[in-house]
Design a protein around this ligand. Structure first.
Ligand code: ZN
Length: 77
């Protein structure tokens, strides 16, 4: 399961340059720091790094994150 690391730092620079959220593949306009609302929440939860990269135990954290969102009753359009 060892994937070769790509140059995420360059992606961040690109994202910032075009004014998009730094999370991978996200082209939403950032509203907080360099994240969109969704990815800012994920960043707060420690799912992704400041650079938009996924943390090693992202999957496990994602479960907690999703159940948190459900409890909070936030609706995703
Ligand atoms: Zn985003």
């Amino acid at each position: 399961m060892a994937e070769p690391k790509k140059t995420a730092a360059k992606d961040v620079e690109t994202a910032v340059a075009i004014g998009a959220c730094v999370a991978k593949g996200c082209k939403t306009k950032p509203s907080r720091f360099s994240f969109c609302e969704e990815h800012y929440d994920q960043y707060k939860f420690g799912l992704i790094r400041k650079t938009g990269e996924l943390v090693p135990d992202h999957e496990k954290k994602l479960e907690h994150y999703l159940s948190f969102k459900q409890k909070r009753g936030q609706r995703v359009a």
